[in-house]
Design a protein around this ligand. Structure first.
Ligand code: SF4
Ligand code: SF4
Ligand code: FES
Length: 910
């Protein structure tokens, strides 16, 4: 910390931040454009001018850019000085010369940084009366609109897209006063994090195309803080809604997790919520038809069925909240409750939970990954496809310049160009081991693309080598031997190595071998501050794994064998797991299958009694991310308010009503707090989960937190031709938020759960920069979410015994899994927009196998498995391991249980 003087007042500030950043955090207003806390300073827009005085006798001072001024001890600066005010006014006037007068029709209007800064800098009248520069806009894909005439040439977009996210299809072109930011030609932006341009660009060049047709201003929307449900990272998001429709998703700053950026899946994948075929009423299916039921009829029917049954089996879900899974557990009992994961995945998750519970290793946050590590070993995880936000963090880690070097060269961390200059082509080490090539290969020092048994074998040799034993005789590849020696040395000598593995390969042996390597590093190098990340597949895979359960295969076998049993499936689609042929016996005999979901999945279509549940935009609950961080999400609207005559409820509420009086005894779950208290008291691992967020009684000066931003006029008229009155909103019994703009206006100071970001004079997402430090976010419990692995549970020695027999067994052409950015995650596949971006199903095989089977590249082939016929297009890959076929399992039509199956007849389709 250091002391600086701003307009003759003394302030204690962070000496690692520049003057602009410190002034913003102190609540002062300085207009700026090109600076961004993560992109650093380049001093190009000249908007953040302040006066810097050489000493206390200096009365004249000189104009400097606040973003390029270090916060040195004792410096005197002025924001209010008349010269700098005039300077800033002139700069904004120059920047606005070519800017169109289109605020009323610009999608950015009302939450535009350029609007805010124009007002802040005092440029109130436009004097320029001549023709403006005109650009041609580009088609950048279905997510982002491009309106280049609005550009003020701050260079943020290209610094983010090219330098930060390392996208290669976007750049700056032109010269002098004719500069263009875009692609070489029209086309979909390729980077998985392109949507962040919308929030980064200070003006309306990049706007959200998915919400454009609904045309809403910031103050028209109702917001709620939420958690993205599309992978296990748990990025914090803000959901904006109007008239019962999700209109947009924005990033919500969490200093430990996603901070300023989310991926495009999280930002644009919400379309499933308004799919035409969404179920809104309970239904009872008879042999050829179905009947819509009222809420009471459906509950009574379900209660009767349960009463008459001999056994109730429950299949939960890793995409449903802990609350819904827990309600199912209470209804069916722990012996009959399945986590909804296939056995292979469940084995991996149980192992991951045991590693986290052992507390042997530090599990780093995304922030720590970016800032703390110098070597990374990624094994069996295609991060860009299955945990995209972590891939973005890993990219920052790889190119991060060593802190000591920055300090030795006396360079400030925020000085972007100076850092780029010393970085040149240097990078930290990444080893990437997988069954297929990945996008991170371009950054890695070495990629090893091979089968999982070979990966395990490689790690067994690495373990031997690290244990000072010699490499086995049968490991005779000299190149791989050299690599074993190299990686062993690098990992053992690194001060901060990072190992990333997870459940995506569905192979517990691989996980064990990787954890064993981490254990040896810890033992051999006492100085090593090793970090271990063990990723899981779905948003709540970790949460549901903390509840004792049986695998989905076992639950189905009990259901099939037990006469007069009933199966309840909660927010899970068995058709994504098993082939249609296999499920015939489950859905087509005379037993009752009750299904609860918010999508019309095949299981909902085939179920005998179905209940429409809320999506995560319409409900509040808790999920647990890969670190074991429990995070609460909050409903942004209640669908029953906007659509009359529908019966949509949270799954746990349906289960409570269905099980009442019969199986769920002593339940007093009147709101979310009650069910949270129940499982927090009954399952030890959840004992602290109440602290994940304030409860529903949390008030600030007796007031709730408003979901709507303040406004001085009405909302833009969308429905006034029908009715000038807004629909009456319900009372939210589950949270501290009100469906209203009334409530305590200054909630930022008290809670980290922020429904929308706004500061006086700051309407755009840049308002985060006024409170973007953990200190300024005076969070409830000083954290965002709560870490559940807070005490050592099981014996500290994590089981690393590898079942060698299983490792080496192999025959035929075995199916392995590969992941797609769009098309692997379940729910986003139901969005009509995302559907257009999901690639056709491709099978990957090696060149050797294609020759052996006499199959050509792009051939349409068929194979039979589990009694079902699958048709795919083949792609021959030189890198692909021999003896395997890669399929995008989890994509609708490609059941996950195909993993590991042998294909004997792969033949060209006629
Ligand atoms: S497009 Fe936006 S972010 Fe890029 S230079 Fe122009 S104003 Fe800046
Ligand atoms: S990285 Fe995962 S959690 Fe984060 S926004 Fe993307 S899909 Fe959602
Ligand atoms: S923000 Fe300082 S010059 Fe642009």
């Amino acid at each position: 910390m250091t002391i600086i003087y701003i307009d003759n007042k003394k302030y204690e500030v962070d000496d690692l931040k520049n003057v602009l950043h410190n002034c913003l955090l102190l609540g002062k207003d300085i207009p700026y454009f090109c600076w961004h806390p993560l992109l650093g300073s380049v001093g190009s827009c000249r908007q953040c001018a302040i006066k810097l005085y050489s000493n206390k006798n200096d009365k004249v001072g000189r104009v400097v850019m606040a973003c390029m001024t270090p916060s040195k001890d004792g410096i005197k600066v002025s924001i209010q000085d008349k010269d700098v005010q005039k300077f800033r006014r002139s700069i904004i006037e120059l920047l606005m010369l070519n800017h169109p007068h289109d605020c009323p029709v610009c999608a950015e209007g009302g939450s535009c940084h350029l609007q805010d800064m124009t007002v802040m800098a005092g440029h109130l009248y436009r004097r320029y009366r001549f023709p403006k520069r005109i650009y041609k806009n580009q088609y950048l894909g279905p997510f982002i609109s491009h309106e280049m005439n609005r550009c003020i040439h701050c260079y943020r977009c290209v610094r983010y897209y090219k330098d930060y996210a390392q996208g290669t299809d976007f750049n700056v072109y032109g010269i002098s006063n004719n500069i263009y930011f875009g692609r070489v030609e029209d086309g979909i932006l390729e980077n998985e994090h392109s949507g962040n341009l919308i929030e980064l660009c200070p003006t309306g060049v990049f706007t959200d195309k998915t919400s454009l047709k609904n045309y809403n201003r910031k103050w028209d929307l109702q917001y709620a803080p939420s958690i993205c449900h599309f992978c296990s990272i748990g990025c914090n998001i803000i959901v904006g809604e109007r008239y019962g429709k999700v209109q947009k998703i924005e990033n919500r700053f969490n200093p430990q997790v996603n901070h300023y950026f989310i991926c495009d899946k999280g930002r644009f994948g919400y379309g499933f919520n308004h799919r035409d075929s969404r179920p809104y009423k309970p239904k009872y299916f008879t042999s050829n038809s179905y009947k819509n039921l009222t809420t009471n009829e459906a509950i009574r029917l379900a209660q009767n069925v349960l009463k008459k049954s001999s056994k109730i089996i429950g299949i939960g879900s890793s995409r449903a909240s802990i609350e819904s899974n827990y309600a199912l557990l209470k209804l069916v009992g722990s012996k009959n409750f399945s986590s909804g994961m296939l056995q292979d995945e469940q084995l991996c998750m149980n192992y991951i939970v045991s590693v986290l519970n052992s507390k042997e290793f530090h599990i780093p946050t995304l922030y720590e990954i970016e800032n703390n590590y110098d070597v990374a070993l990624v094994v069996g995880e295609d991060l860009t496809m299955n945990s995209p936000r972590m891939a973005l963090s890993l990219r920052q880690m790889i190119k991060r310049v060593n802190n000591d070097e920055i300090i030795n060269k006396n360079i400030d961390q925020w000085n972007h160009l100076a850092i780029l200059n010393i970085a040149q082509n240097k990078k930290n080490i990444l080893y990437n081991i997988n069954t297929n090539s990945t996008k991170l290969d371009e950054l890695s020092s070495w990629n090893y693309i091979t089968s999982i048994p070979n990966q395990v074998k490689f790690f067994l040799e690495l373990i031997n080598q690290m244990n000072n034993q010699s490499i086995s005789n049968d490991f005779c590849d000299p190149f791989l031997t050299k690599k074993v020696l190299e990686i062993a040395e690098v990992l053992l000598n690194s001060k901060r190595p990072l190992i990333i593995c997870g459940s995506h390969s569905r192979n517990v042996n691989l996980l064990k071998s990787v954890v064993k390597v981490a254990t040896i590093i810890k033992k051999m190098n006492a100085e090593s501050e090793i970090g271990v990340v063990l990723l899981s597949d779905n948003a709540n895979s970790m949460g549901v794994s903390l509840i004792s359960s049986i695998s989905i295969e076992k639950s189905l076998s009990i259901f099939e064998k037990t006469k007069n049993s009933v199966l309840i499936i909660v927010e899970n689609d068995l058709y994504r797991m098993f082939s249609t042929a296999k499920l015939k016996t489950i859905f087509n005999n005379n037993k009752t299958v009750i299904v609860l979901d918010h999508q019309n999945t095949m299981s909902m279509i085939k179920g005998s009694l179905t209940f429409p549940s809320t999506s995560f935009f319409e409900s509040s609950g808790t999920i647990v991310n890969y670190e074991g961080r429990a995070q609460r999400f909050f409903k942004v609207y209640d669908p029953n308010v906007y659509q009359k005559d529908i019966s949509v409820m949270d799954s746990w509420r349906w289960l409570k009503l269905i099980g009442k009086n019969y199986y769920i005894t002593n339940n007093t779950w009147n709101n979310l707090d009650d069910i949270i208290n129940d499982y927090a008291n009954n399952i030890d691992q959840f004992r602290n989960i109440r602290k994940a967020a304030p409860n529903s009684y949390f008030r600030i000066i007796n007031q709730k937190i408003p979901r709507l931003p303040n406004r001085n006029s009405g909302r833009t008229a969308l429905m006034s031709h029908i009715n000038v009155h807004e629909i009456k909103q319900p009372t939210d019994v589950d949270s501290m938020f009100a469906f209203s703009m009334e409530g305590f206006p200054n909630f930022y100071k008290y809670s980290s759960h922020i429904p929308f970001i706004w500061m006086p004079g700051w309407n755009s997402p840049q308002a985060w920069n006024k409170l973007n430090s953990t200190k300024n976010l005076r969070c409830f419990n000083n954290d965002l979410g709560i870490q559940l692995f807070d005490k050592k549970y099981i014996a500290p020695n994590v089981d690393c015994k590898i079942d060698q027999k299983k490792v080496y067994e192999r025959d035929g052409l075995r199916i392995i899994i590969y992941y797609l950015f769009f098309g692997s995650e379940e729910i986003t596949q139901y969005s009509s927009l995302i559907k257009t971006l999901i690639p056709k199903t491709i099978g990957l095989i090696s060149f050797e196998d294609s020759k052996r089977l006499q199959l050509k590249h792009n051939a349409q082939v068929q194979f039979n498995c589990f009694g079902s016929l699958f048709s795919i297009k083949l792609k021959i890959s030189n890198n692909f391991p021999v003896g395997y076929i890669g399929l995008p399992l989890g994509k609708i039509g490609m059941p996950l249980s195909l993993l590991g199956q042998a294909i004997n007849f792969l033949k060209e389709a006629l």
